[in-house]
Every structure is written in C-alpha cells, then in structure tokens.
Design a protein around this ligand. Structure first.
Ligand code: PLP
Length: 456
C-alpha cells in the first residue's frame, strides 16, 4: 500500500488546502476542523483524535453488513487479480456481472427479472428516468416526459437527480431541469392534524391525482418515490399511501419508480422496501447496500413490461457508463449478498429496529424536546420540536438539529440532522449491547441539546 501521511494535523492541512467536499459550506469548513476517520470495525469508527464513535448512520446509509467483513475484501482481491476491469459494452460481459444479474433477479420483487448497472445512486436514478422516457418513446408516446416526485424526496445529485428530488435548495443551485414536478410528501407528524393515518395517507397520495388532472396523464412518464424517504427526514408513509399511489399510476398508465437506494438490501426488514409495502414498481433503483458501500455499484431493476418493450422494439439505448457492471464491484456485491442472505440481515433489521425504538422510547420518555420517535427496520428519526403538543418546529435559524448532531458526535454516536429531525440507520449487524449504547448516547446528546437551549 502506498505510504500515507499519518500525522493528523498534516492530513487536515493538506485536506483543507486541496479537497473540496460534497454537500459542504466550503467557507465554514476552511474555518473549521475536518474530522479524519482512520479505521472502522463492525459498527464502530475511529477518528484521528482517538475517538471511538458508534456509526448510527452506516456511513451514508450504506454499510449494511458493517465494516471489516473479510469476505468482501477477499472477493475484491481475487477479482482484481483475475480481471480488474472489463466493460459490458459491445456485446461483452464478465462472470461476476452475469452471476450477479441472475442473483439479483432471484431476489427481486415479482415481475422484475433484469438489471442495468451503474456506479452510484444518482446514476441509477438518471438511468431509470431515461429508461422511463425512452419506454414511452418506444410506445409511440414521446410527449409522456414529466417526472413526478415528492417534497423532500432525495434522488441524487446529478442535474436530473437534483431536479427529480424535492429539495428546494438543490433546485436553486442549477438542479431545476424542465419537466420535473413535485407533489405532497406523506409527512404525518407535520401535516396529518386530526386525520387518521389511513385518511392522511390517502390524502397525501391524492395530491398526485390532483396534479395529473392539472397537467394531463398524457404528459407524465413516471412517478418516483423512496418507499421511506431517507434524506428528507425518514418520512414513513401510512400503510394506505403506497397502494393508493400504485392505483393512481395504473389508472393513468404512469410508470412507478421505487427509489430503493437506501431501503434496498434489508434495511426495512425485508430485502426491498417495495416488498415491505407491497409496491410493484416498473423500475427500481438500488445502490449503497448492494455492496454495503465497500465499492461503488448501483443497479436499476427493470420490470418485465419495460424490459420487454426495449427488447422487442430493439434500437440502441444510447446510455451507459465505463463502470457499468464493473467486475470487482459485482464480485463484492455477490460476497455481500452471501452475508445478507446467509445471516438473514433483513430479519435482523426488523428485530433490532424494534429493540432500538424501545430503548430510545425508554431513554427519552417525556423528554421536552422530543416530539416523535419513529422507525421501521433499522431506519428511524427523532423529531426535535419547540412545542410537543402543537407539533411546532423551532425556527430554522436556531439550528437545533445541527447542535444536536454535534453533541451526538461528541457523545460518540453518529446521527445526522435533516432540519431538526435527527435521523439514524445503523449497520444491520448491530448487537443488543450496541443498540443499548446507541440509545443512551443519543439520549445524552439530546439532553445536552436541551440544556444548551436553556442557556441560549
Ligand atoms: N436516491 C436515494 C433515495 C438516496 O438516498 C441517494 C443518496 O443518498 C441517492 C439516490 C443518490 O445516491 P448517490 O449518492 O450514490 O449518487
């Protein structure tokens, strides 16, 4: 391995001098102190200052099998030795790309038997959106182009991903391509008011039907949504929501794209979020957990209706990436699936998720700052609010979520803030003891946040 500097201050210095980070206020980071993560094991991270931090975020919602799994490392080394790279253009494939495709088809939701590879979630989303539009071109309906998503949806950071998402700040920064529209999010804590969860789920879904009436189904290619919205603040839809979205898509002949970049590969307690919610998508985007983040890989699962059209109509699909179906990434994905299936990690996510929410409920019972604790499988959120009875949020300027995130890291647990919603998604291998540790560290961070608000 090449020699790297191991003096942490020197690393900070060269990073500050030469590295522009993603999703970062560069001015603030220049003035601040970058955290250098040096190693990891299981659910634990170590930073260059010697702190041991429980990774309640699985990196960026991706390290499903936990860090330091030797079989993934061995799979990569073996494949690198044999064939470190070859492309899947020009009628070529490689053994890992073919084998992974068969394996993914076997675990896919019903009606999906083919996959298209890329390297990131954003590329998977971009690919799925292009496929949806080309599908309608092949059907002789090129005017079906509009992509509909939800407020707070996150579908990646390419120009198409940012435009498909529902993050206003991203739209403002050149992420506002034409023919992308957003409808309501099923954010029950904020919006349900006196409605029952069932009625609220139907109401949120029907904002899509209202949009269809306004713009016309003949102009809409697809609806894209995450089964549970992750980066938007772990927004968990009522059970009535997805069946209604599915009904609307079918009634108006609009493709349904499930963005499973976070939910896929076990996080919600089943292999895919679509299985948890009974969604039958036409296209399904996955990434992150497909290799547990050990190496970049993403896959679009293509439903039989779309695949059949592409295959029967023929004509080149002018789309793909140098690293589509990268053999090393596919080999790692196969080893990763061995662990997810062999250890039944979806069931573990379900089981440990119940324990984690129970531990958080107990540690934070009646806490004046906590409006709601919610979750499904091993993804969840804690709403920090100004008024629990009125479900009233703090003004954004108080930056309560950011304060809590900083206290969380100081307490040795990685949680992330989406506005003032603290979100978490630990590795699916988290043990009972680690669940207890995570809950008590999170509770201490929230106590410290509360104390700081009293003196502010
Ligand atoms: N879609 C969803 C639902 C995501 O959560 C993300 C990333 O968090 C993406 C797409 C984009 O993935 P990537 O960052 O790998 O491009």
């Amino acid at each position: 391995m090449p020699d790297l500097p191991n003096d942490i201050d020197r690393l900070r210095e060269i990073d500050n001098a030469h590295h522009l980070h993603p999703f970062t206020d560069h001015k603030a980071l220049q003035a601040g102190r970058v955290r250098v993560i040096t190693r990891a094991e299981g659910v634990w991270l170590w930073d260059g200052d010697g702190n041991r931090i429980l990774d309640g975020m699985s990196g960026l919602w991706c390290v499903n099998v936990g860090y330091s799994q030797p079989s993934l490392v061995e799979a990569a080394a073996r494949q690198m030795t044999l064939l470190p790279y070859y492309n899947t253009f020009f009628s070529s494939t490689t053994p890992p790309a073919a084998a992974l495709s068969e394996r993914l088809a076997a675990i896919a939701p019903p009606g999906m038997s083919r996959v298209f590879y890329a390297s990131s979630g954003s590329e998977a989303v971009d690919s799925a959106l292009r496929m949806a539009r080309v599908f309608w071109q092949l059907q002789g309906k090129p005017e079906k182009r509009i992509i509909v998503s939800r407020e707070y949806g996150y579908h990646g950071s390419t120009m198409a991903g940012a435009s498909a998402g529902g993050m206003r700040d991203m739209h403002r920064q050149a992420g506002d391509l034409p023919d992308f529209l957003q409808v309501a999010t099923p954010y029950a804590y904020r919006d349900a008011g006196a409605l029952s969860p069932h009625d609220f789920g139907l109401q949120a879904a029907r904002s899509f039907e209202a949009l269809i009436e306004e713009v016309g189904a003949e102009r809409i290619a697809a609806f894209i949504g995450e089964p549970i919205q992750g980066a938007g603040g772990v927004i968990i839809p009522p059970d009535s929501y997805w069946p209604e979205i599915q009904r609307i898509c079918r009634a108006h002949d609009i493709l349904l794209i499930a963005d499973e970049v976070i939910c896929g590969f076990g996080r919600l307690g089943k292999m895919f979020g679509s299985i948890s919610y009974g969604i039958e998508p036409d296209l399904m985007t996955t990434a992150k957990g497909i290799t547990s983040g050990y190496i970049p890989l993403s896959a679009v699962f293509v439903g039989d209706r779309v695949a059949k059209t592409f295959i029967e109509e023929g004509g080149e699909f002018y789309h793909g990436f140098t690293y589509s179906g990268h053999p090393v990434a596919c080999a790692v994905a196969l080893a990763n699936l061995d662990i997810i299936e062999g250890q039944d990690l979806p069931a573990a996510a379900e089981r440990q998720g119940v324990k984690l929410r129970a531990a958080l409920d107990e540690a934070l019972a009646g806490h004046p700052l906590v409006g709601e604790i919610r979750g499904r499988g091993l993804i969840g959120a804690i709403e920090l609010v100004e008024d629990r009875d009125a479900h009233r949020f703090f003004p954004g300027s108080r930056k309560v979520g950011t304060t809590c995130r900083d206290f969380s890291i100081a307490e040795g647990v990685m949680m992330r803030a989406c506005r003032d919603t603290m979100v978490f998604a630990p590795p699916l291998i988290i043990s009972d003891d680690e669940v207890g540790e995570m809950a008590s560290r999170a509770a201490r961070a929230i106590d410290r946040t509360w104390a700081s608000l009293q003196t502010a």
